[in-house]
Design a protein around this ligand. Structure first.
Ligand code: ADP
Ligand code: MG
Length: 360
């Protein structure tokens, strides 16, 4: 049995007629960096508020470190919550802010000072203890908020879009910083974000949410390379999604008819005529000479070229009318292909992913 720090079993939360969280079950392993990823309004915050005790599930159970949290108020749970809108005390110093929770708990002055010192080291602001919050940058404030949440040694730290207010550069720095802090303290982190890049950068596991349900849980590589639903394929990275029907089956490989194309893809457990989709990532598609011998091979014209330095993104209009996005690494130093050029594209069957769930 894997050791779970947090376990949700068939949890539903409704607000009047809104089903915010719909029969969700999952476990979070001890010491992992777990992300809840999904668009605005899909139920992420509601899950965090139920784990921390600020909301009660309409149905289902939540356990933390093996204990049922039913009827347990927030302040008696082994969790702490960090939001985007920091609840730091602006008129107090960094030290006073971090010490605040410990003083409420009781504890000797020397113990508190030692814990605060450790936290200042952890967030790499050892010289900043005497500064007032108002004298810190956005990123520094965010670190203090995290120190204040961690100083009481929660079993689980819940972070709800904590970097949302920071600009991109700082957010990227703080992502690495948070990951380092998590690795150092080993506390279970549950992180909410709508930003797929952020989730991929930081997480051991990602739960992709859509409209109150979890569509897939896995590590970043699993979710990117083997999306189970069309929503996941679209939400994580970019993809070409071909919606069609199973035309033929041949051993472990099937042919899907979609957008007037015949697409070969590995597939089992489907039947002829069944509605399916095939997801093909832009970087898995090759152009020109490299496409010539491939089973999935189509002719078209370059319609749009987006040069991105290390790579070029092409929009290719196939002869049958379908538009396909192709990403090519700029290994050579030459110029990209020009709009209007005739080109053949292709991909190996096993570069495609057959999707049978969550089709529209
Ligand atoms: N207190 C509430 N009362 C009514 N509806 C709510 C309440 N909290 C959340 N909701 C609704 O539940 C859904 C999920 O919200 P939320 O969990 O905040 O999503 P997210 O954090 O993913 O953006 C939304 O439709 C939202 O409007
Ligand atoms: Mg939210």
């Amino acid at each position: 049995m894997t050791e779970h720090d947090v376990e949700l079993t068939r949890v539903t939360k409704t607000f009047a007629e809104v089903v915010a969280v719909d029969d969700v079950s999952f476990g979070i392993r001890k010491g992992e960096f777990f992300s809840l990823l999904g668009p605005s309004g899909c139920g992420k915050t509601t899950i965090m508020r139920m784990i921390s005790g600020f909301e009660t599930p309409t149905k289902g159970t939540i356990t933390i470190a093996g204990e049922d949290m039913r009827n347990r108020p927030p302040f008696r749970r082994p969790t702490n919550l960090v939001f985007q809108h920091l609840a730091l005390f602006p008129h107090m110093t960094v030290e006073q802010n971090i010490a605040f929770g410990l003083e409420m708990q009781g504890g000797s002055k020397a113990e508190i000072a030692r814990s605060v010192g450790q936290m200042l080291d952890l967030i790499q602001l050892p010289e900043y203890g005497k500064r007032r919050i108002g004298q810190l940058s956005g990123g520094q404030k965010q670190r203090v908020a995290i120190a204040r949440a961690l100083v009481r040694q929660p079993t689980v730290l819940l972070l709800d879009e904590p970097l949302g207010a920071l600009d991109l550069k700082l957010r990227e720095q703080m992502q690495l910083e948070l990951k380092r802090i998590q690795r150092e303290v080993g506390t279970t982190f549950v992180y909410v974000t709508h930003d797929q890049k952020e989730a991929i950068t930081m997480s051991n596991s990602i739960a992709v949410m859509n409209a109150g349900v979890i569509e897939q849980i896995g590590d970043a590589n699993e979710i990117y390379e083997n999306p189970r639903t069309a929503f996941v394929a679209h939400f994580i990275g970019e993809t070409n999604l071909f919606e069609g029907k199973v035309d033929a089956m041949d051993g472990g490989e099937i042919t899907v008819g979609a957008d007037a194309l015949a697409i070969r893809v590995p597939g089992n457990g489907v039947s002829t005529g069944q509605k399916v989709s095939v997801s093909v990532r832009p970087e898995k598609v090759v152009l020109g000479e490299a496409a010539r011998e491939l089973p999935n091979r189509y002719d078209g014209k370059v319609e749009d070229v987006i040069y991105q330095g290390s790579s070029t993104s092409y929009q290719i209009r196939l002869d049958g009318g379908r538009l396909v996005t192709v990403m090519e690494q700029n290994v050579e130093r030459g110029e990209p292909r020009h709009a209007g050029a005739s080109v053949t594209i292709g991909w190996r069957p096993d570069k495609g992913v057959l999707i049978t769930e969550g089709l529209r």
